[in-house]
Ligand binder design. Structure first.
Ligand code: THU
Length: 128
């Protein structure tokens, strides 16, 4: 699966993002080591704090299907420049990923590549 194909899958998922409060739709596509792709979108709530980010939605969906290992994730936003992921999502990804490639992209075709280690160099890990 190429980066462009993964970005395309994230773009297709955008229509299901539910963001009536922020009007900021985020969608993503997470590629597991088994070769399957799990998409996620942000789902907001009238009680704002209950909002779930697109990235965590994708990870939790994948883990609920038995996946534990991931290769790369593409995140798409409708912004001039690609956006980073929030710290909470980086931490959740770090639970399952050692060497995750992160592609931050815009709907208009800009993208930048990072690694999880680069964006969260000192993740909190299991205490035992
Ligand atoms: N959001 C994500 O879905 N992922 C991130 O990494 C950062 C923020 C969502 C949450 C909220 O619905 C909207 O973007 C504005 O913060």
């Amino acid at each position: 699966m190429t980066d462009q194909q993964l970005i395309q899958k994230a773009k297709l998922a955008r229509k299901n993002a539910y963001a009536p409060y922020s009007n900021f739709k985020v969608s993503c596509a997470l590629l597991s080591s088994s070769g399957k792709v799990y998409t996620g979108v942000n789902v907001e709530n009238a009680s704002y704090g209950l909002t779930t980010c697109a990235e965590r939605m994708a990870v939790f969906t994948a883990v609920s299907r038995g996946e534990r290992d991931f290769e790369k994730i593409a995140i798409v936003t409708d912004t001039k420049e690609p956006k980073y992921l929030c710290g909470a999502c980086l931490q959740v990804l770090s639970e399952f990923c050692q060497d995750l490639k992160i592609i931050c992209a815009t709907v208009n075709g800009k993208s930048r590549n990072y690694t999880l280690k680069e964006l969260l160099p000192k993740a909190f890990k299991k205490i035992r």
